[in-house]
Design a protein around this ligand. Sequence first.
Ligand SMILES: Nc1ncnc2c1ncn2[C@@H]1O[C@H](COP(=O)(O)OP(=O)(O)OP(=O)(O)O)[C@@H](O)[C@H]1O
Ligand SMILES: [Mg+2]
Length: 364
Amino acid sequence: MIASSPLKDKFKTMKKIGILFGQERSFPEAVIERINQKAEKGITAEAVQIDKIFQNVPLGYSVIIDRISQDVPFYRASLKNAAITGTAVINNPFWWSADEKFFNNALAEQIGVPVPKTALIPSREHPTGTTGESFSNLTMPLDWDAIFEYTGFPAYMKPYDGGGWRDVYKLHDKEDFFDKHSGTQQLVMLLQEEIIFEEYFRCYCIGGKYVRIMQYDPRNPHHLRYATEGKSPDPKLLKTVEEYTLRLCKYLGYDFNTVEFAVRDGIPIAIDFCNPAPDADIKSVGQENFDWVVETTANYAIERAKAQKDGQDNLTWGEYIKSSVGGKPLIAKAAPKTAKTAAPKKVVTAEKTPAKPKKAAAKK
Ligand SMILES: Nc1ncnc2c1ncn2[C@@H]1O[C@H](COP(=O)(O)OP(=O)(O)OP(=O)(O)O)[C@@H](O)[C@H]1O
Ligand SMILES: [Mg+2]
């Protein structure tokens, strides 16, 4: 029999934070380093190690930050298994498997966040294993005139579940649409009104409470998109951008996301808010944004590790799921005037950043 020793007890109470990632290098390493630098009692961080996955067997992590399961179905299934055995997975792998840009736009409309007019377009080629016979319920041709009238031209066409600017097209007229659409194979596409914008923002949102608003110009090449030489934005506009960012992420239930807005006539319109493994590379976001996202992720992962309890679900579930399961309306009725209002959640914007990391530069 092994006698109880201080070392054994230490392992019993040790909580591990793991990061699961693909080809990216700067962000995962910096987050691991930053968490370990903080030397929180009983908490360590490392790259997730997997050498086998058995059903209902824990992986040994209190928290896993997922940066790659969108591209690796084996990882997505491994994370669901980790979740049911008690790991707090950032982001919730069940929700991330369920939503896409089209649903998210519908949700945004219902919760009062402006989005471009968007139509869902069936794939040009039949999904593998289906034929024309499988589409008894589609009226052919579709009512293209109504669709084009709804979105107008120019319009954007992009995959309903896309990322990384893959297969994103700006289209000028219906001939252009049919021409480009004919090359999209089995992709289900969105056709979306173009928002001609005077300003554009990309916002990190972490833990449903920490927001960093970044001026972003998508017309620049990748490494210059976060250049912020332009005029300072109106504080009222920033407040609305922050409020919409929080609302979207809370209803979706994402712990880590970016939300993009194109501002037209002073109104921020949400363009893309389904980025649950958002770009955090030092080369694209720049040193200051990188320091913020590393520091905030490290703090949030520690917060989740402390809150994590064995033997129960430790995932974040969004307001959409919670109200659906609870049989409640999506938008709660306004509280009576006499009711006490809750204290506002802590929000960190571009002006108010958490303490600077001692050393957050990425290892190359
Ligand atoms: N409706 C629109 N109006 C104006 N510009 C748009 C619209 N839709 C997309 N864009 C432009 O195309 C870019 C890519 O679109 P989107 O963000 O939806 O694709 P993505 O593949 O998810 O990109 P990312 O990897 O940056 O998240 C946007 O940053 C924006 O510049
Ligand atoms: Mg995206």
